[in-house]
Design a protein around this ligand. Structure first.
Ligand code: NI
Ligand code: MN
Length: 240
């Protein structure tokens, strides 16, 4: 289609963001910028991309566990992208030669057309790459690159998710459902209700045997609460 100015106007007022799941907690968000969150590519059995194939402007990290920081520093360096993470991980990324912006709970940073704000998450976090010599604080992220997405990171259910919903009014909530290390299906469905997002998408499940869960059960519980749930297959992309 040839875009005349009228079509272009309509396209520009209709926010179209793309969200692609690469398995586990890894998503590529394509909005005002291209952002990868928790780029666990190498060793992720659900991801058939190579780190070299990832083209992004921003690498957003929820915490230092290897299934979240993943290939983040390498991807940032190759793309000249900016790592956004909690202060200590950002400093670590800078020490490894990457560009990085450190943030912390309740604060955030704007890079290009994308604002990223850090929220709490209840979990643990060593910086696995340092053989656990560095302990860091885990987080969730509010990412606004045209539409607001809440990536909960690894966390249990906590009632301040209501506050996160009230403060940031996310359109999409990305919620771990795997159990064992995070919320399970039932708790995540309650999280979806508390956050009041329009769309809830499950993550952090079925990557390994220990976090095997039935996403259809999550969808059922969430939709009983009047919230739309989208189950993505690894590599699948949705427009939001
Ligand atoms: Ni973790
Ligand atoms: Mn994890």
């Amino acid at each position: 289609m040839v875009l005349d100015s009228k079509n272009f106007f309509f396209l520009s007022i209709l926010p179209i963001m793309k969200l692609k799941w690469l398995g586990h907690s890894c998503f590529i968000i394509e909005g005002n910028n291209r952002i990868i969150v928790d780029p666990f590519i190498t060793g992720n059995p659900m991801c058939n991309l190579k780190p070299e194939e990832i083209i992004v402007d921003i690498v957003a990290i929820t915490h230092g566990h290897s299934d979240h920081l993943g290939d983040g520093i390498e991807i940032a360096k190759r793309n000249d992208a900016t790592v956004v993470a909690i202060h200590e991980i950002a400093q670590y990324a800078i020490s490894k030669g990457a560009k990085a912006e450190g943030i912390n709970m309740g604060g955030g940073v704007k890079i290009g057309g994308t604002k990223i704000i850090m929220t709490p998450a209840w979990h643990s976090s060593g910086l696995d790459e340092t053989n656990f010599a560095i302990s860091t604080t885990p987080a969730g992220l509010i990412i606004d690159s045209g539409e607001v997405i809440y990536h909960a990171g690894d966390t249990c259910l906590f009632s301040d998710m209501k506050l996160i919903g009230e403060l940031y009014n996310p359109k999409v909530a990305l919620l771990p459902i795997g159990g064992r290390y995070t919320m399970d299906v039932w708790q995540a469905s309650m999280a979806a209700e508390w956050i009041k997002a329009e769309i809830a998408i499950p993550m952090h499940y079925n990557t390994f045997e220990l976090i095997r869960q039935d996403a259809k059960e999550f969808k059922k519980l969430v939709e009983e609460k009047g919230i739309k749930a989208i189950i993505l297959s690894p590599g699948e992309e949705v427009e939001i």
